[in-house]
Design a binder for this molecule. Structure first.
Ligand code: ADP
Ligand code: MG
Length: 377
């Protein structure tokens, strides 16, 4: 295998991910309950559209790919397969889910055991492709960001707040002190670790109601070729990011008098932390899009951790999750506006790596500011 900047063969005609250019935006709709809404109409497929009618105004959004509302987990994964496979050839891939709470982000990313989502399917595919020859050295890390605190979901000791530091440029620009990177010899171990990480996220959920939708979760898998047939040292990375709900503060029920709600103060703090981090994500996307020399990755823990995943040469895919319910329409439009602008960010052609990437981002035009959660539909 030679190195260089050539795109890997996709071999997937009609599939979306050619591994070059912009951040790809895919849109999945929460399955409809009851009567489908007449306020949202969907044209699925490549370059599909979502048209909304809100307060007498029509908005039309075109995305790279729109899934039909009844799309299966398999159908969603099929679109991501080429990108996932490219990790084995030394590419860095980031798949992240964005949208309002309850729209199916975790369902798409994790899925129930009987109908697995992107993460288990991706890992299974990678291990199947790697075979049993031990040609790759695989490591896994899993963190959660809750109220701007970064926590190792795979730590063996008591939960500790991790410190994110600026690292040497050659290592993706950041270092997370104390984060464990586990060696993963096989798929079975990987599944065990993922469910451990998931349960560590979920343990908090019973204590802090709906905690998981108030936190961001990042899974990072690194695949380093250790022996032929792959070129030694070629390192691919897969980042899978399940973002916290993007709904605006007042929707989260925290605009109501905090005193009357015993959890109000906590919820307000959570919502503010999420808003800040998603706003920072919007700021990073805007800077990338406008090719500004300074990209404000340091504005939040989320953007710091995503820095290696959002730099030049990475293949990034945003899976936007939306609801078609009439009462969610405002949020749906905000999410679509965010996604449409993300779709204009160009990270440049996918580049293969020998080591984790450093990040001087390259990007595109237009200076309309991107907003995370401060949206007016
Ligand atoms: P989010 O992570 O965006 O807050 P969830 O993934 O937790 O949302 O989904 C909310 C609920 O909707 C869950 O009960 C989930 O099982 C269900 N759900 C979401 N998407 C689908 C889907 N495509 N098919 C079936 N159930 C779904
Ligand atoms: Mg969730």
């Amino acid at each position: 295998l030679s190195e260089g900047n050539q795109a890997p063969p996709t071999g997937c005609s009609g599939r979306l991910l050619e591994l070059k250019g912009n951040i790809r935006v895919l849109c999945r709709l929460r399955p409809a309950e009851g009567q489908p809404s007449s306020l949202v109409s969907v044209e699925p497929g490549q370059g599909g559209t979502i048209t909304t009618c809100y307060r007498g105004r029509q908005h039309r959004f075109r995305l790279d790919w729109v899934f039909p509302q009844d799309a299966s987990q398999e159908e969603v994964f099929r679109q991501l397969e080429p990108a996932v496979l490219s990790c084995l050839q030394g590419y860095s891939v980031c798949i992240f889910t964005y949208g309002q709470t309850g729209t199916g982000k975790t369902y798409s990313m994790e899925g129930p055991p009987e109908d697995p989502g992107i993460a288990p399917r991706a890992l299974q595919l990678l291990f199947r492709e790697m075979g049993t020859g031990g040609h790759h050295h695989v490591t896994l890390s899993m963190v959660e960001i809750y109220n701007e605190a970064v926590r190792d979901l795979l730590a063996t000791g008591p939960p500790e707040r991790l410190v994110v530091r600026q690292g040497p440029a050659g290592q993706g620009g950041i270092q997370v002190a104390g984060l464990t990177h586990w060696d993963v010899p096989n798929l079975e171990t990987l599944h065990q670790m993922l469910s451990l990480g998931r349960s560590n996220r979920a343990t908090a959920a019973t204590v802090m109601n709906q905690h998981s939708s108030r936190s961001h979760a990042l899974v990072t898998l690194t695949l380093r070729a250790a022996s032929p047939p792959r070129a030694q040292g070629i390192t691919g990375t897969l980042h899978l990011v399940d973002l916290a709900g993007s709904e605006r503060v007042w929707k989260a029920g925290v605009a109501s008098p905090v005193q009357r709600d015993p959890n109000g103060a906590r919820r307000l703090r959570e919502a503010q932390a999420i808003n800040r981090s998603l706003l920072a994500l919007g700021g990073v996307m805007a800077a990338l899009r406008a090719r500004r020399p300074h990209v404000p990755f340091r504005d939040s823990q989320l953007t710091r951790l995503l820095q290696p995943a959002l730099c030049a040469g990475t293949t990034a895919v945003l899976l936007l999750q939306i609801s078609t319910r009439a009462e969610d329409l405002g949020e749906t439009i905000c999410s679509l506006k965010f996604a449409e602008r993300v779709g204009q960010v160009e990270l440049g052609p996918a580049r293969r790596r020998r080591a984790p990437r450093s990040g001087t981002p390259s990007s595109l035009s237009t200076d309309t500011p991107l907003t995370g959660t401060s949206c007016t539909p």
